[in-house]
Design a binder for this molecule. Structure first.
Ligand code: NDP
Length: 329
């Protein structure tokens, strides 16, 4: 059936300005790393994407190698663009990335101009788009001059194939250097995508200060620790879950010690009237330097649960202290 987006899609979501740019992003954004490959039904993917957009999630985060197999998340998203989202293209912020392994040989990985240019063309083709809103370098590449990688990003903007540029997983020093180069090239760095969660706080020591100083937004990934920071593993390992599928969430993460922490955090979330997934997302959003929190979802129910996190991003000092007690080593 033809998709018509919900009339009230902008009524409840909050949008935050991304650094010192002109772009607003929803407090939570949908990630396509898992759940959008050829191992999942297109109908299930369609339901997730429709529900997210109907709830005001305007930002969809992809990468060249999301799948499996590599490229299939972009190809499937392209199908959904054609069948559902085409009339709403101007209401969407679609990102993609290159920087991890994508095709064999020396030109399908890392940070060369050769790789970044070819990869973006292939991503646009798979998604059936003329341009992406944000093009990222997916990980730092110490073997390639930063000037080469940043110029490749800026040139993608100049060629009309991307509107903004981002970097992912860069440390604080390299981030400041990248921002400086991009500023000189006339294409300011829009956003940084680092890992960040209650259990993984490396960004707090320096990176967030650098981003604030440089006027760059921040979109953390694996805020739910791939499902660990939800209630889904508290009663065992559910059939079909990421841990049961032997994918990127290893069973070693589900140690008794980790599950005891998760159980304690779940109690704190209940006290706030939230699910643990909601509290995990709200927790990163408590800091105004975080523009939007990425989440992955394998069902419509998870989308609904996660989007509701945006309704409550304030914490009391006691709640924060209690979280630290259980989440920090
Ligand atoms: P998340 O931490 O967001 O975990 C997503 C998983 O958690 C889901 O697949 C689901 O697991 C479970 N889950 C989600 N919501 C709920 C809920 N409400 N209740 C119970 N369980 C829930 O990890 P992702 O790995 O998906 O990361 C998010 C996004 O970040 C990626 O899709 C990608 O866009 C980006 N990313 C970027 C990286 C980078 O290098 N730049 C690296 C990694 C991710 P299940 O499938 O078992 O149901």
């Amino acid at each position: 059936m033809t998709y018509i987006a919900a009339d009230d899609r902008y009524e409840t979501m909050t949008y935050r300005r991304c650094g010192r740019s002109g772009l607003d992003l929803p407090l939570v954004s949908l990630g396509f790393w898992h759940n959008f490959g050829d191992d999942r039904s297109l109908e299930g993917q369609r339901a997730i994407v429709r529900r997210a957009f109907d709830l005001g999630v305007t930002h969809m985060d992809l990468a060249n190698n999301y799948g499996p197999p590599y490229g299939s998340a972009e190809k499937n998203f392209g199908e959904l663009m054609r069948s559902d989202l085409r009339p709403y293209r101007d209401e969407l912020v679609i990102s993609t990335k290159a920087g991890w392994d994508m095709w064999p040989g020396p030109y399908g990985d890392h940070g060369s101009r050769k790789y970044l240019r070819a990869s973006l063309d292939a991503s646009l083709e798979r998604m059936g788009l003329d341009y992406v809103d944000i093009y990222y370098h997916h990980r730092p590449d110490p073997q390639t001059p930063l000037e080469e990688t940043m110029t490749a990003l800026a040139d993608a903007v100049r060629a009309g194939k991307a509107l903004y540029v981002g970097i992912s997983s860069y440390g604080p020093e390299r981030t400041a250097q990248a921002a400086q180069i991009l500023r000189e090239l006339g294409t300011p760095l829009l956003i940084h995508q680092p890992s960040y969660s209650m259990l993984n706080r490396w960004v707090e020591s320096e990176l967030l200060d650098v981003l604030e100083r440089e006027g760059v937004g921040c979109i953390p990934f694996t805020v739910l620790a791939q499902g660990l920071l939800t209630d889904k593993y508290l009663g065992g390992v559910p059939e079909g879950s990421r841990a049961s599928r032997g994918s990127s969430l290893g069973m070693d993460m589900l140690s008794d010690e980790n599950l005891a922490r998760v159980r304690a955090l779940n109690e704190i979330a209940s006290g706030r009237g939230q699910t643990l997934a909601q509290m995990a997302l709200s927790w990163v959003l408590r800091d105004r330097r975080i523009t939007t929190a990425l989440f992955g979802a394998s069902s419509v129910k998870q989308v609904e649960d996660n989007v509701a996190a945006a309704a409550k991003v304030e914490f009391t000092a006691d709640e924060l202290a209690a979280i630290d007690e259980h989440a920090v080593e």
